[in-house]
Design a protein around this ligand. Structure first.
Ligand code: PMP
Ligand code: GLU
Length: 398
């Protein structure tokens, strides 16, 4: 079949592919350590599951409103007010089938052929492809390890052209865990407002921050930037609900209405009983999070410390999310015991998986070939085993 030109421009999600590959290897009885996972290893809290079961028993199994039920919108409005100090109305909120779908719908409603979208690298794998699927052009701005994997206001300003329509910010970031301070966001917001462009602020890792870091949404920094913000969030990471597929956008009402039209002609409503479960997730107790964050924090410190001890490896201490993004470029040019020269992050990931049974995501998938992404959303025991293997793999290079 002759496929569309549009689809030829995109790749399948590398992160999902690697997670699945590691799961398959485990199912075949191979003792693989999965550092690929982009999802918390904790179970969804029981009160949320109970709300879904009740919804099923109550027969809440039919079509529901396309942009999410009014009750769920109200729970999101209350969350944004409580946690972020942001006031929205129902007309500003749309719930979709996961935050990835929220971003996809926003791109379809907001972008067109010829538009440029500024995406700081390292970036989450789906931003460039979602931009391409909307017919627009990704413009990559590099944030290096030496600048904490964050772009400056000056870099943003320099990347803006008359075609720029949107910049994507993801703080805390997947894959680096870097998070922007209020002052850094103020500087970026100033450039965004001055140039009259919009920002898509992906805040899905908001709740997973360490060392007392205070998360700030860019939308809170004044009315001018709020009007230009497409705020994206969801329950996948904060409530360990990756499989439930609930994400949402808060934005200007015309954009939300357009997204709702797209959704009504594509997926229709978010799954009915997940809608009910999400109301419980947002309105119910949040105390489980403290334990999760403490656990992630301990794993994060352990991984960073051990990685920095390895020859040729350099790793920053991330402020958020559940990934570390160590630089392995000091190993490039070296030979594996089998005689293969490691030329970049894809070779490194292949070597770790084939010879040491450690699954990780090559940095090239995120626009940074010097690094690897290791997820610490797995038990401390698994992390100890995996890090041991990585250490052996690095030492075996010559
Ligand atoms: N944004 C970022 C930065 C992510 O890491 C993810 C993880 N999948 C998503 C959005 C999408 O999350 P989901 O579709 O599961 O809500
Ligand atoms: N966001 C997760 C990750 O980066 C899940 C995978 C995906 O949605 O691509 O691993």
């Amino acid at each position: 079949m002759k496929l569309s030109k549009r689809v030829a421009k995109i790749q399948p999600s590398v992160t999902l592919a690697i997670t699945n590959k590691a799961k398959q290897m485990k199912a075949q009885g191979i003792d693989v350590v999965g550092f690929g996972a982009g999802e918390p290893d904790f179970d969804t809290p029981d009160n949320i599951k109970a709300a879904a079961k009740k919804a099923l028993d109550d027969g809440y199994t039919k079509y529901t409103p396309v942009p999410g039920s009014p009750e769920l919108k109200d729970a999101i409005i209350a969350k944004l007010s409580r946690d972020n100090g942001l006031e929205y109305k129902r007309e500003n909120i749309i719930v979709s089938v996961g935050a990835k779908h929220s971003i996809y719908n926003a791109a379809q409603a907001f972008l067109e052929e010829g538009d440029e979208v500024i995406i700081p690298a390292p970036y989450w794998v789906s931003y460039p492809d979602i931009t391409l699927l909307a017919g627009a052009t990704p413009v990559i701005v590099e944030a290096k390890q030496s600048t904490g994997f964050k772009i400056t206001a000056g870099q943003l300003e320099n990347a803006i052209t008359p075609k720029t329509k949107l910049v994507v910010l993801n703080s805390p970031s997947n894959p680096t865990g870097a998070a922007y301070s209020k002052a850094e966001l103020e500087a970026l917001a100033h450039v965004i407002v001055k140039n009259d462009i919009a920002v898509l602020s992906d805040e899905i890792y908001e709740k997973l921050v360490y060392d007392g870091f205070r998360f700030v949404s860019i939308a809170t920094l004044g009315e001018e930037i709020r009007k230009r913000t497409i705020l994206v969030n969801g329950l996948s990471k904060s409530h360990s609900m990756t499989g439930w597929r609930i994400g949402y956008v808060a934005a200007e009402k015309d954009l939300v209405a357009a997204m709702s039209n797209i959704q009504s002609q594509s997926t229709s409503n978010p799954v009915s009983f997940c809608d009910k479960a999400s109301i419980e997730a947002l309105n119910g107790p949040q105390d489980f999070l403290k334990g999760w964050v403490a656990e992630f924090d301990q794993r994060r410190r352990f991984m960073v410390e051990r990685l920095n001890r390895m020859p040729g490896v350099k790793c920053l201490l991330p402020q958020g999310a559940f990934y570390v993004f160590p630089n392995f470029s000091g190993c490039y040019g070296k030979k594996t015991p089998a005689g293969t020269v490691i030329k970049g992050s894809a070779d490194m990931a292949d070597y770790l998986l084939a010879e040491y049974k450690v699954a990780s995501v090559p940095g090239i998938a995120f626009g940074d070939d010097a690094c690897q992404r290791f997820s610490y959303a797995t038990s401390m025991k698994t992390i100890e085993k995996g890090i041991e293997r990585v250490e052996q793999a690095v030492k075996a290079l010559s």
